[in-house]
Write a protein that binds this ligand. Structure first.
Ligand SMILES: *Cc1c(COP(=O)(O)O)cnc(C)c1O
Length: 510
């Protein structure tokens, strides 16, 4: 006989209290919660210790009372960055959307794995349906044949793309390993996501065999430069096999010209993967989908609905038009899991993946798609582009206080706040000292906003452009046009205060 009372789980009453707190928090995010409540690591530890539930797990850790757990939840939300705040612009995601949250919570409660149909019958069908819908949205050959998966993030999706391409170019590699095959070389643009570097490291290709192709001023890959790079590699006796194009680069939001790139890939027999982690949402908009023109010719592509579409992290799609290739490449036929003689075995998705267990991430997108319909999702995407457009016009109308770094892309606006003595700022004519001064501005304004908790915006340098802000409107649902005016006023105030007109690097304590 085993003892019934050996372990008493928390009751579902605790869950009711906990979920009330979570919903309260979501209400508060709409009513003036700061973006950040900044504490240094030691301050965070102190807050939990004072709250009676220290962060450390002791060697003789006690069972804490439910009230303590609720307090820990409260502190965790209080000190976590509030990505649902309308002025959170630090990354390419923002506050999650309610249908997505409900879908996410459901999958947590159902707690199952999308590897076999028998443990995830509905999620398996839902994933298949969402992928089929997306394939039809892409169109072209994808309408006739496709395969795909929800994967843990765009980086992993890019790795999938390269991995499939590599197995097509060198079918023996799965058995033989990296040594002794053709000398494969991959191409991405200089502005491509850093996950390609991880992909070449993981697949054993090596970073020497990843060529960064030149971009135009907007940050989009030049097809002529790709053609040249391929010819140079062929001239060295190596084997080009993969081009990783980007639809919506992470910093400037540039879309590589997919049709000419597909043409080059066809000519040389290369696999074209389109990293549309950020820009793929354009497909849902009649106004914007021309940016993705040619994506249907790609061998594979990825898209992150957890970015521009407000799905909770993570929600990432990998799609290919080669129907059987995922299984060919990745199957290992685990006899204990994918028994061919069990019920509905042919529906199992698991052996297509490089994982074992996998979250049912398709479900939240399915629920949101049902909630808003094609038209609602299109509105969401269009709104992000409209806000970017409106923001860029405000920058242009700011009498030189703010300045666009480049012509804005549909979803991204890159801009400086320029200290008065540097206006108008011309990167090609600026002295090293001017650039050094401007490079201090974005970090200083950002830090001031973090301390105050009023907004959060990312910055970075790019080529000869010193640190500049990048704004995107991923969590656009709460944002009103007037919030953007307030934001610019705040930034201007911080700028004037931190960089008064006469300040320069020699004189100023910045
Ligand atoms: C965000 C992003 C990725 C990485 O996606 P994760 O889901 O964070 O792994 C890849 N490519 C581009 C262009 C991105 O913007």
């Amino acid at each position: 006989m085993f003892e019934m009372e050996f372990f008493r789980p928390l009751s579902t009453g605790f869950l009711s209290l906990a979920s009330d707190r979570l919903i309260d928090y979501l209400h508060q995010t709409e009513n003036g919660l700061p973006v950040t409540t900044l504490l240094p690591p030691e301050g965070l530890r102190r807050a939990y210790t004072e709250g009676g539930i220290p962060l450390g797990l002791e060697d003789d850790q006690n069972a804490e009372a439910p009230e303590k757990l609720l307090e820990a939840m409260r502190l965790t939300l209080q000190y976590s960055t509030c990505t649902s705040h309308p002025l959170f612009f630090n990354q390419l995601y923002g506050g999650p959307e309610p249908a997505g949250i409900a879908g996410e919570w459901l999958t947590v409660v159902a707690n199952t794995n999308c590897h076999t149909f028998e443990v995830a019958p509905v999620f398996t069908l839902v994933e298949t349906e969402v992928l089929a819908k997306l394939a039809r949205v892409i169109g072209g050959p994808y309408s006739d044949a496709h395969d795909g998966l929800f994967v843990p993030g765009g980086s992993i999706a890019n790795i999938y793309g390269m991995h499939l391409a590599r197995n097509r170019a060198d079918p023996e590699v799965k058995r033989r390993g990296a040594v002794g095959g053709p000398h494969l070389v991959a191409f991405t643009s200089e502005q491509a996501h850093y996950s390609y570097l991880k992909a070449v490291a993981l697949t054993g290709l090596g970073s020497d065999n990843l060529i960064g192709v030149a971009c135009d001023d907007s940050g989009a890959m030049c097809p002529a430069a790709l053609q040249e790079a391929i010819m140079a590699v062929k001239g060295e006796g190596k084997t080009p096999f993969f081009v990783g194009a980007t639809a919506g680069t992470t910093v400037t939001g540039a879309f590589d010209p997919l049709e000419p790139l597909a043409e080059v890939c066809r000519e040389h027999g290369l696999w074209l993967h389109v990293d549309a982690a950020w820009g793929g949402a354009a497909l849902l908009s009649r106004k914007l989908r021309h940016h993705m023109a040619g994506c249907e010719q790609a061998d594979s592509l990825c898209w992150n609905p957890h970015k521009l579409l407000g799905m909770p992290l993570q929600c990432s799609v990998f799609l290919t038009r080669h129907a059987a290739i995922l299984k060919q490449t990745n199957a290992s036929g685990a006899a204990y899991l994918f028994q061919p003689d069990k019920l509905n075995a042919e529906y199992d998705l698991g052996d297509k993946t490089i994982q074992c267990g996998r979250r049912p991430d398709a479900f939240k997108l399915w629920l949101a798609w049902k909630a808003y319909g094609d038209a609602g999702l299109e509105r969401w995407v269009d709104r992000s582009a409209e806000l970017a457009e409106a923001f860029a016009r405000k920058i242009e109308g700011s009498k030189g206080a703010f300045q666009l770094v480049m012509q804005e892309a549909p979803f991204n606006v890159c801009f400086w706040w320029v200290p008065p003595q540097l206006r108008p700022f011309r990167p090609d004519q600026a002295s090293a000292a001017d650039k050094a001064l401007l490079s201090k501005v974005a970090p200083a304004i950002k830090e001031a906003m973090q301390h105050k908790g009023d907004a959060m915006i990312g910055f970075q340098p790019l080529r000869d452009a010193p640190n500049f802000f990048r704004i995107v409107f991923a969590g656009a649902k709460l944002l009103k046009d007037c919030c953007l005016d307030d934001l610019l006023h705040q930034m201007d105030d911080y700028g004037q205060h931190l960089f008064p007109a006469q300040c320069n690097l020699d004189a100023g304590e910045i």
